[in-house]
Write a protein that binds this ligand. Sequence first.
Ligand code: C2O
Ligand code: CU
Ligand code: CU
Length: 481
Amino acid sequence: MGLGVAAGLALPAIGGGVASSFGAFNRTVLPRPFEQSLRIPPVLTPTASDADTDYYEVVQMATSQEILPGLRTPIWGYNGTFPGPTIRARSGRRVVVRQTNALPGPASVHLHGGVQPPESDGYPTDLIPSGGTKRYAYPNLHRAATLFYHDHAMDRTGLNVYMGLAGLYLIQDEIDDGLPLPKGDFDVPLIIQDRSFNPDGSFAFSNTDPSNVFSEVGNVILINGVPWPRFEVARRRYRFRILNASGSTSYRLGLSSRQPLIQIATDGGLLDRPVSQQTITLAPAERVEVVIDFGGLSLGTTVELGNSLGSGELARLMRFDVNRTADDDSQIPVLLDPTQPLTENMSLQTRNVVFKPVPVAAFPPFRFAINGELFDPSIVQARVPLGDVEIWTFENRTLGLGPIAAQEHPVHVHLVNFLILDRDGRPPAEYERGWKDTVLVGVNETVRVIARFAPFTGKYVIHCHNLAHEDHSMMANFEVV
Ligand code: C2O
Ligand code: CU
Ligand code: CU
């Protein structure tokens, strides 16, 4: 299986880190799928609340957690847990999080998908030094959506996230409350991450070598921090909020029962109407919400959530075990939350954003760049007037260096949600026809998106969310002016 993975990604063991990670792979005893139960990350309780704000305290600390049976894995966790605790917010009600960094290195916290002013957006060089504290204020201007918060520190986001610094941030609103979708225990988050382990149980992060600009691929699938879990479900409908929080890996989700995934939301919240999908591709940082109906299955049925982009055990994610009956008063409404689309005629400007390697006098002889620039906090590549609608054209171009320089890029834009207009002139896939903040741009592909740049001015980043690419240095600034 390991060889299959390596060959499939065409990653020769050039970086020392890659080699050691595959070495570790051979020695570590992997857990067997479906032996451990799914865990749900705890919901964080505010330390105080007033008329318009909930206040939270989070300490980023080094601790250890049992992930592989019988072994302790050192982690860096928000409040010492991996994944971090879930923050529940209300649209229009402010959240203030005081983050204390008790880790050995610097940190920065980004609320991914959130609409917040630059000083609370977790800019890569707006660091909380080890021992320091920073207060992040989130106005929660977004409608109901599944967001997540994660580390964003300059050049070490990949490491910090790998060590555990990511958690869910769920915004709820009255429209979502009012829909008859599954609620409470039947509204379940699933955070997908891949990891590799050393024989002592520690994470085998390989990308510490600055020459390794390729990717960070694991050989163990974790859902909510549990390897290939099983989840006992009742014969009824469930809502699943699925986040791909992996550093580099994309998944194509599908059910072994061949039942459809009834998709109800994208990154930016509810779709206008539900759509039935056999498979959904989820690149790093993308989210999707689906309803799965176990109601027609008999007791004792097992259904696997699989990944048709993976081979061997990486083609499996988790298993649902239907073990009881339950009342189900939920429904899948015909209309979810219809929103006003942005249309091409509203756009005042089109910008080309080219994702392409640039040659460097080092090994490997390229770095991933945006419009020919490696990330530099002082270079602003675009100045966008506040409130304007623009079309941005994301072009993935290669350098003729073979497959290592030809990779797909999950492109993420801070501050805004966008709609995908087209992929190489063709309509977007069905599962991505909703509000997005991250879009997968395939090798040599061109994807056009449309967004309104509001409501804050200031400097934000756009970057590849393959964290190995982001750290080396596929990121750029734009400024809303
Ligand atoms: Cu999820 Cu700029 O990141
Ligand atoms: Cu973001
Ligand atoms: Cu990339």
